[in-house]
Design a protein around this ligand. Structure first.
Ligand code: 5RP
Ligand code: CA
Ligand code: ZN
Length: 225
């Protein structure tokens, strides 16, 4: 399935990644941000329905200069003491979240329609692909309507979230390591069960892959590269 997942991402398709029974037990729709379109953003909003985020490789984050949100809040907590009370020391499924800042491409209106969000997503991936990370602030403003996620160094070798699973796949595909991810939520309001997301993948021709398979393939990829 790893080859099919890589091929699908190269073709600009949306794939489904289930992390694991030991973590969130969630399936995210994933795609490469460099090929983002309004149509794909509509599919993700309607049929995934979670928070649309952008996993960004650790190296790209360093070049863009974007920190974890938790570190920004820590810096501000002398002035705003409530931020100390809000410290996220009780996340039940992982040691820390990947949340960074939110952004909009400057050439958008409100930033939220599928047209605007897909533009923000695609333009950020292309900015990185063209090596123009130093010009981030010239083209993007913050806060915005797209949440950036900061991947750990060495991706899934360090953390096994959808953030790093997305980056590992994009890296193996030779694509710019800037992706899109969004949790699949069911009509009952709960995270969609893995049985349901597997069924959805089959019905709608999406590649479905588990976190374990990506981690195993990435370890081999790193040994050979
Ligand atoms: C942002 C999230 C999602 O779970 C997303 O999959 C990325 O996070 P993680 O790397 O923790 O899986 O929290 O909506
Ligand atoms: Ca999460
Ligand atoms: Zn996740």
């Amino acid at each position: 399935m790893i080859d099919k997942a890589i091929e699908a991402l190269k073709n600009g398709e949306i794939i489904l990644i289930y992390d694991s029974d030991d973590r969130e037990s969630e399936t995210d729709m994933i795609t490469a941000a460099e090929f983002m379109t309004t149509e794909k953003m509509t599919t993700i909003r309607k049929y995934a329905g979670g928070l649309v985020c952008m996993p960004i490789s650790n190296e790209n984050c360093d070049k863009l200069g974007i920190p974890f949100m938790v570190d920004i809040l820590k810096e501000a907590n002398e002035k705003y003491p409530v931020l100390k009370d809000l410290y996220p020391n009780d996340i039940p499924y992982d040691a820390k979240s990947a949340f960074s800042i939110t952004v909009n491409y400057r050439d958008t209106y409100t930033g939220i329609p599928d047209t605007d969000r897909s533009k923000t997503e695609r333009e950020l991936a292309l900015l990185c692909k063209e090596g123009k990370q130093a010009e981030f602030g010239k083209y993007f403003r913050s806060p915005g309507h797209v949440t950036l996620l900061r991947a750990e160094k060495d991706a899934v070798l360090t953390r096994e979230g959808h953030t790093e699973l997305t980056i590992a796949l994009l890296e193996m595909a030779g694509l710019e390591p800037v992706g899109i991810c969004c949790e699949m939520i069911g009509d009952n309001g709960e995270a969609m069960s893995v049985d349901k997301t597997r069924e959805y993948a089959q019905k709608n021709n999406h590649v479905f892959i588990s976190g374990d398979e990506i981690i195993e393939a990435y370890k081999e990829f790193k040994n050979n590269n």
